[in-house]
Design a protein around this ligand. Structure first.
Ligand code: NDP
Length: 399
């Protein structure tokens, strides 16, 4: 069928690469390109021998010229951006210059401001449209599958959706007192930011971790969860017509929160550069360097994740509730691809989104969020490629 260029070679990319190689009819050829090329070569060595042809390249994804040269040389059908959110715009620029389709799993964040929103990437809509190419934004799990779940609920079960609660539960235990399940810098920037949700079309801001709820997650159990700002709130508010309230909750254990508070109190989560022994360092980047690499957590993490959406709305004049979720087992994910479930639940949807673009099942000229496309083929693919979902028509609602 075609070729995909995968940029970045961390925890999430490892999963997407494995999944592309399990799907050689679509991914005949992939190129893995990242800052540290030895990581790309290590995965290539592990997976060579299958039908998907693998090549590697060194690239600085902050540099548009380097990216353009790489894309012109490899000529992919799609670029799958699994580097960091800081690189989204340079990679989109390179895709525009070469008229190549683009996909990512996290929205752009400027490196010097802990603020993430879609405005920067939505500003590319006209240029992608004119170039006749597609950008698919936020095609991981959340954002990603949560948008597909929302489009599916809208299409099959509701006349109007009024409330959406996105619940992200990680019931896994890696045995470390403190570690993050994906890139520590991105993760800590996300959870130390102010929370927010949408109520009656307005953003309501909260202090970090101000709103707490307790929920009994199917197959995982009772967990504390906290309201966070999350990027899909912004796109779902636009794309799910009539929605009045959207909230995002993520579970955190007490040990994680105590460590985080301590690190914050001593200044280790700051992104302001400081002088250290004659050079400038960013405390949060230094912290990342001393924390366990999320890509190494796979073998030691046990337990399950449960991520899903609870909807409240109207069908045929009656109030309806609907919960759709996926449960993913850390050890099963690790046995299959060598990564824990957080990377797995992000890397699989990235492969599925790329597959739908490459096969033309999802098509459109411009910049899109996942919920703008037909959810059905994506929902089928989740069942087929390792992230089966379950439904509950009488769930416990979050107050
Ligand atoms: P990692 O830190 O494990 O991997 C990032 C990779 O990008 C590394 O290989 C890194 O290279 C590479 N990279 C960073 N900067 C550059 C650069 N300038 N040029 C080339 N390569 C670069 O992160 P994860 O795999 O955990 O996360 C990947 C993405 O997935 C992130 O954007 C994250 O926000 C997103 N994510 C999305 C989720 C969702 O559900 N939507 C959930 C979890 C993550 P090096 O090896 O040299 O460091």
């Amino acid at each position: 069928m075609g070729k995909a260029l995968i940029i970045g070679c961390g925890g999430v990319a490892n999963v997407t690469i494995h999944k592309c190689c399990q799907n050689p009819d679509v991914f005949e050829e992939i190129c893995i390109a990242s800052r540290t090329v030895s990581k790309c070569e290590a995965i290539k060595e592990k997976l060579s021998g299958g039908r998907t042809k693998i090549s590697t390249a060194q690239v600085n994804a902050d540099n548009v010229d380097e990216l353009v040269a790489l894309i012109e040389n490899f000529k992919p059908d799609v670029v799958i951006n699994l580097a960091l959110p800081y690189q989204d715009l340079t990679i989109m620029d390179a895709c525009l210059a070469t008229k190549t389709n683009y996909l990512d799993t996290a929205n752009y964040e400027p490196i010097d401001t802990a603020k993430f929103e879609y405005s920067w990437q939505w500003a590319y809509r006209d240029r992608f449209k004119q170039a006749g190419i597609t950008a698919l934004l936020g095609c991981g799990f959340d954002p990603g599958v949560t948008g597909v779940f929302s489009a599916y609920a809208q299409k099959h079960y509701f006349d109007e959706i009024h409330e959406i609660d996105i619940l992200d539960c990680n019931g896994g235990d890696h045995g470390y007192p403190f570690a993050t399940n994906f890139n520590p810098e991105i993760n800590i920037r996300e959870v130390t930011a102010k929370g927010s949700y949408i109520e009656n079309g307005q953003w309501v801001e909260t202090e970090p971790m101000e709103i707490k709820r307790v929920y009994d997650f199917p197959e995982v159990g009772v967990k504390d969860m906290y309201l966070l700002h999350h990027e899909e709130l912004e796109s779902l508010a636009l794309n799910i017509k009539g929605v009045r309230r959207i909230r995002f909750f993520m579970t955190f254990g007490q040990s994680y929160l105590t460590h985080l508070k301590c690190l914050e109190n001593v200044g280790m989560t700051s992104i302001e550069p400081i002088d250290f022994q004659g050079q400038k360092i960013v405390p949060l980047q230094f912290l990342k360097a001393v924390l366990p690499d999320p890509a190494s957590l796979g073998p030691r993490t046990v337990g399950k994740t449960n991520i899903g959406c609870i909807f409240k709305g109207i069908k045929d004049g009656k109030e309806r509730h609907y919960y759709v979720y996926n449960v993913c087992d850390h050890q099963e994910a690790c046995r299959e691809v060598g990564s824990q479930a957080i990377s797995y639940t992000t890397g699989v949807p990235a492969m599925i989104g790329a597959m739908l673009l490459m096969t033309g099942v999802w098509s459109g000229k411009g910049v899109f969020n996942v919920e703008e496309f037909d959810p059905d083929p994506f929902m089928d693919a989740l069942n087929k490629w390792g992230l089966p979902w379950k439904e509950d028509f009488d769930p416990v609602m979050v107050d």
